[in-house]
Design a protein around this ligand. Structure first.
Ligand SMILES: [Zn+2]
Length: 204
């Protein structure tokens, strides 16, 4: 698999690519490589040339991967929210909501990637990790992020009713807590909101 990634990179490398100026070919190639890796049975980490991947991957791109997870949830009749976890320029976990299929009220995408990520990192502290999720996290997930000492959260659209980061509550900005998570919001905001709107419109 690593050879495939390198080959795809070499093929798509003209002209020189920066994170802010991905060529279409590079985007397609990297997309194919990442999805090939993510679809392996144990969600193998992307370990090939981390510095190279760091140049190519940006917030929009990574949120696009989280959005792809949300689409999987949509197809299964689950609330379409997806997440990925990045550690040291490697994608170490990806997941979508699985509450309905597992009858597990805690099976939110964010919690699943944090569990998987902590297991892969052999450390419950995710201080150096960045979590990308398509929707603003709820109270439960925001609480878990504090417990995990998550380094940074990047989310797509807001959740006015249940959002616990910027909307209904501001848990991650509470100066009284023992850990502060850095937050970036609004990445692919419209795409992330659209899939939720489509889902809830269909269920009405
Ligand atoms: Zn949640």
């Amino acid at each position: 698999m690593l050879k495939v990634i390198v080959l795809l990179w070499k093929t798509a490398r003209k002209p020189v690519i920066s994170a802010k100026n991905l060529s279409t070919n590079a985007n397609v190639a990297l997309n194919a490589a990442i999805f090939a890796v993510l679809t392996t049975e144990n969600c193998t980490a992307l370990s090939a040339s981390p510095s190279l991947l760091a140049q190519m991957i940006n917030d929009d791109y990574l949120m696009g991967l989280a959005l792809a997870e949300a689409k999987k949830a949509f197809q299964k009749g689950e609330t379409p929210v997806g997440a990925i976890l990045v550690l040291e320029d490697r994608i170490i976990a990806s997941a979508h909501n699985r509450k309905e299929s597992t009858n597990d009220p805690t099976a939110h995408a964010e919690l699943i990637v944090m569990r998987k990520g902590a297991e892969m990192a052999h450390d419950w502290r995710l201080t150096d990790a960045v979590l990308y999720v398509t929707k603003e996290p709820c109270i439960m997930c925001a609480g878990a992020m504090i417990n995990a000492r998550l380094g940074k959260l990047v989310f797509g659209c807001t959740d006015d009713r249940f959002g616990a980061v910027n909307s209904r509550y501001q848990l991650l900005h509470d100066p009284g807590l023992n850990h502060r998570v850095r937050v970036l919001s609004g990445v692919l905001e419209h795409e992330c909101a659209d899939i939720l709107k489509k889902f809830f419109n269909m269920r009405r």
